[in-house]
Design a protein around this ligand. Sequence first.
Ligand code: UDP
Length: 233
Amino acid sequence: MSKTKLYEGKAKIVYTTDDDNQMLIHFKDEATAFDGVKKGKIKGKGIVNNKMSCHLFQYLERYNVPTHFIEQASDNEMLVKKVEIIKIEVAMRNIAAGHLCKRYGIEEGTDLQTPILEFYLKDDSLHNPLINEYHAYALELATREEVRYFSQQAIKINAVLRSYFHRRDILLVDFKLEFGRLADEIILADEISPDTCRLWDAKTRKKMDKDRFRHDLGEVEETYKEILERTLA
Ligand code: UDP
């Protein structure tokens, strides 16, 4: 299969394939945090993020959540359907962490009475500012129908994944999703991994995600491997 590099981001490389409707995503070991200010490498992260994403996309498909997943192409590569990415990052939160604590003065680890759905503009040069649905319509990022649809999907994905992780003694604290357009459909794209989710051990509340890298908590590589094993179990 011939492949040409289409785009290289902070954590992934996207290649075209022989099929115009498909792309190959290569998950890198490179890690960035705080808007790219902190840079590093987490050995084996590409494999962990690819395998976890492949597994969770397939699991979500069983709950009628359409995704861009086609097949796991190798340890660190995923074959996906080519979509037009919607320029909105959709975040769901169950427990207060990260920016939510800073913005609203909430103590980390506080249980949220209902999950919070948030939208961010997908634009690194603007530092992904928080937006609401009216920004989405006014800036023509998505239609009302699209926002309604992917909001419902995000809420459903949260319910499905939260109980999936709960059964494995892991708390799904928060996560970020990206959706794409494919013909007249909206499907889940990007990745679901320790880079895009906060995952804590339910008993010890040990952080098992990119916060270990962000805040130099140590055992980064080991913890990425451990969370993959527990997710696949
Ligand atoms: N997140 C992400 N990409 C981003 C920003 C956030 O995947 O560009 C994820 C992050 O890992 C966390 C959730 O979205 O699981 C909420 O992140 P938050 O808004 O608290 O920002 P952070 O403190 O992670 O920068």
